[in-house]
Ligand binder design. Structure first.
Ligand SMILES: Nc1ncnc2c1ncn2[C@@H]1O[C@H](COP(=O)(O)OP(=O)(O)OP(=O)(O)O)[C@@H](O)[C@H]1O
Ligand SMILES: CC(C)(CO)[C@@H](O)C(=O)NCCC(=O)O
Ligand SMILES: [K+]
Length: 247
């Protein structure tokens, strides 16, 4: 069994797959310790691990050490590359493109076999454009909903509401009639506006000949404005398997 890890800024997404890529189990955890506990509880035996991280070198090394110690496995890590599986990194300095973005766009191009727009809605929101020949044209980074919400809470005195109320605020996107509704709906609309702008740009480049991929925890917030999008929660893992083949 192969352990796959996507270490983002807020969460670690994990899953266990067979050598043939069949998913056995998986989840989302908030810390290294939680990951080890979840694996102990749910996974019988692991013989390999592949990992992508946008965390610091120290944090990543410490997670790798914990996995070695607990499960006696070595982690294969995704590394920056100028080119992979027919996709050329479009950054001026390819090693500075976030590895989660890189793997997601490699995974998307592999699935689409043509031009694609990749939208990842997590702690940060990112978009990336890959043309039909596999050239990455670059992308955009902006704050995700958790960051927008926290900035409002941190920098105002009177924007305060609890998570339970927030959950109930999104049953409609009508103008909010409470603070929670106003903020939660406002942030959702910011996200939708961003997504629509990315679609306009993709249309300018490629007309209607492109595929949209949506990934990340907040993908459901915008799925409605791009009905043709392919919601692919495992896109980073698709790219990870390409970047770190296990023989
Ligand atoms: N048990 C869980 N604990 C925390 N989040 C969960 C859980 N189950 C599902 N999620 C969802 O997973 C998302 C985390 O994935 P997301 O793509 O946002 O990763 P991230 O690490 O926050 O961001 P990034 O990858 O951009 O750093 C959360 O937004 C949440 O909606
Ligand atoms: C943008 C995030 C935080 C998204 O997870 C990550 O891809 C990252 O840290 N990127 C490095 C900066 C860049 O991609 O230009
Ligand atoms: K991400």
């Amino acid at each position: 069994m192969i352990l796959e890890l996507d270490c983002g800024n807020s969460f670690i997404k994990w899953r266990v797959v067979t050598r043939d890529g069949v998913v056995a189990c998986g989840g989302v955890v908030g810390s290294d310790l939680e990951l080890v506990e979840a694996l102990r509880a749910q996974v019988a035996g692991l013989d390999a691990c592949r990992l992508v991280s946008v965390r610091t070198e120290e944090e990543t090394a410490s997670l790798i050490a914990a996995l070695r110690q607990t499960f006696s496995i070595e982690c294969l890590r995704a590394r920056p590359a100028a080119e992979l599986a027919g996709v050329r990194n479009g950054y001026e300095q390819h090693e500075l493109l976030g590895l989660d973005r890189w793997l997601a766009l490699v995974g998307a191009f592999h699935l689409a076999r043509g031009a694609c727009l990749v939208l990842d809605l997590g702690t940060a929101v990112t978009s990336d454009f890959v043309d039909t020949g596999g050239q990455h044209r670059g992308g955009f980074i902006c704050p995700g909903v958790p960051l927008m919400r926290n900035q409002l809470r941190t920098h105002t005195r009177r924007i305060r509401y609890d998570d339970k109320v927030a959950e109930r605020a999104l049953h409609s996107l009508d103008p909010g009639r409470s603070t929670a509704e106003a903020v939660e709906r406002g942030c959702s609309l910011m996200l939708q506006g961003f997504v629509l702008t990315q679609l306009d740009l993709a249309r300018q480049y490629w007309g209607d000949s492109f595929q949209v991929f949506l990934t990340g925890g907040d993908a459901p917030l915008v799925a409605g404005v791009v009905p043709t999008a392919r919601v692919a929660p495992d896109l980073v893992f698709t790219g990870l398997a390409i970047a770190c083949p296990l023989t």
